[in-house]
Design a protein around this ligand. Structure first.
Ligand SMILES: [Mg+2]
Length: 249
């Protein structure tokens, strides 16, 4: 039996968001030093970034488990960092910081090596391709454009939570895509790097999932996956094998 669809998460699945994130956050902090108080100059961007990254990781679970909204999560990681460095910390400043971050982060994104070949290999097997990502339409769409992979996906195969009104892991997100692309859940593969958002959502919707665990995340539920891989190279060979062989289970 043929697979009908391979859908991908975007951040940390098609490119290293971690690398783009670090460069963009440091750049934001540099700009903020110039725009706010001069005593900000006493903190260098590496110091700011390592503490900021610590706070991101520290509150990530609360965000993933819906204890914090996206905006609360962003305010928290910013304000905790600024306070610890004895720098001004307000929600307004946090919002402005992230607004600027959103406008530049895609400039720092480059695809995992071999991505273009992988997308071509999937297309060659007459299997549909899609991207399903949480976030803001403009930011996510610009990232896809900057990654140079826009031509591999039709616009109607790019699903962004802000636009469709459902957010992963809500299985309605996956059901929406099935209807739009006219595919059967059991013939869809979803690939993502987040256990809670990507794997849980896809499997709950009746899809198969590949867990691209590139940051050593722990599984928090017993949802079954087709495969777990840790490198993009392994992800690529696994997907090419799957679409070539078809669904054999
Ligand atoms: Mg991701």
């Amino acid at each position: 039996m043929r697979w009908e669809l391979v859908a991908f998460d975007l951040d940390n699945t098609l490119f290293s968001h971690e690398d783009a994130f670090e460069c963009a956050i440091k750049q934001c902090f540099k700009i903020f030093q110039d725009k706010t108080n001069t005593h900000l100059h006493t903190v260098d961007e590496d110091t700011f970034f390592s503490l900021f990254k610590f706070n991101c990781d520290n509150y990530w679970e609360d965000y993933e488990q819906d204890k914090l909204t996206r905006s609360e999560y962003r305010r928290k990681r910013f304000c905790k960092t600024m306070t610890a460095l004895e720098l001004p910390a307000t929600n307004n400043l946090a919002d402005a910081f992230h607004h600027y971050y959103d406008s530049i982060v895609d400039d720092y994104s480059v695809p995992f090596p071999g991505l273009q070949d992988l997308l071509q290999a999937i297309s060659n097997q007459q299997v549909k391709l899609a991207i399903m990502t949480n976030g803001n339409v403009k930011t996510q769409f610009n990232k896809i454009k900057k990654l140079g992979i826009l031509q591999a996906f039709e616009r109607k195969n790019i699903f962004i939570s802000e636009e469709i009104g459902f957010t992963k892991p809500d299985k309605q997100f996956f059901k929406w895509v099935e209807t739009e692309l006219n595919v059967f859940s059991s013939r869809c593969i979803f690939v993502g790097d987040s256990w809670e958002l990507d794997v849980v959502g896809a499997v709950d919707a009746g899809w198969e999932a590949i867990f691209f665990n590139n940051r050593g995340e722990q599984r928090t539920t017993s949802h079954p996956v087709l495969k777990e891989v840790t490198t993009f190279k392994d992800l690529k060979s696994e997907l090419i094998r799957l679409v070539t062989e078809g669904r054999t289970l």
